[in-house]
Unconditional design. Structure first.
Length: 207
């Protein structure tokens, strides 16, 4: 199985490099314009950086355009995400434009265009052994769970779809996910969990 996974990741790496370079050449004017407005409306830094677990759980710095401000309460703590999410940031999220800097992560080999989404480092010890297999492949900008409900799914449903992807990967599946992603983004489906800016924190499995 490990040999198969290495072949998958190597094959995907070649495709990721070629396709992400094409995307970057096409979208660089959009990226520059977004960066300008993030700086103008939200301020510096333009990019949001957060450590996430990559292949086999190895940490890397995920890059996104900032969508939230730094507003704090009277005690000096950051306000909840829902209150710090700006109107411009909401627009970026609605069309997944905040995720464009992840192309840099793809070029660096830290992410793939398609794969299980990289979540938070503190989730690593909360997964069941089967759920942890989502880290057997390089994490993706989009994935099977993202095109099948995204943040409207329960965590268990997301992880089940992630592991299914690991077990059933094919080039055709990746191409299908990329085209489904375009459709989902244009229709703004599954962006937020009701009542939350994105989704609730994963606290582990009840059993």
């Amino acid at each position: 199985m490990h040999t198969k996974l290495r072949r998958i990741n190597l094959f995907k790496r070649v495709g990721d490099l070629l396709l992400s370079l094409v995307i970057l050449l096409i979208l660089w004017p959009v990226i520059v314009v977004i960066a300008f407005f993030v700086k103008l409306i939200i301020g510096n830094p333009v990019l949001f950086k957060q450590q996430r677990p990559g292949f086999m759980g190895k940490p890397f710095n995920l890059l996104k355009f900032r969508s939230m401000n730094d507003r704090i309460n009277e005690q000096g703590s950051l306000l909840p995400d829902e209150e710090r999410l700006t109107g411009f940031g909401r627009f970026l999220r609605n069309y997944s434009l905040d995720e464009l800097p992840e192309i840099i992560n793809v070029l660096k080999g830290e992410m793939s265009l398609v794969g299980p989404r990289p979540l938070l480092m503190q989730y690593l010890d909360r997964y069941s052994p089967d759920q942890a297999r989502r880290h057997d492949v390089v994490p993706g900008v989009t994935g099977w769970a993202q095109v099948n409900g995204r943040n409207t799914l329960t965590w268990q449903e997301k992880f089940r779809l992630d592991v299914w992807y690991v077990d059933n990967w094919s080039l055709g599946l990746d191409i299908k996910i990329l085209f489904m992603t375009i459709w989902k983004v244009l229709n703004r489906e599954g962006i937020n969990e009701p009542g939350f800016a994105t989704s609730q924190e994963f606290m582990g499995n009840e059993d």
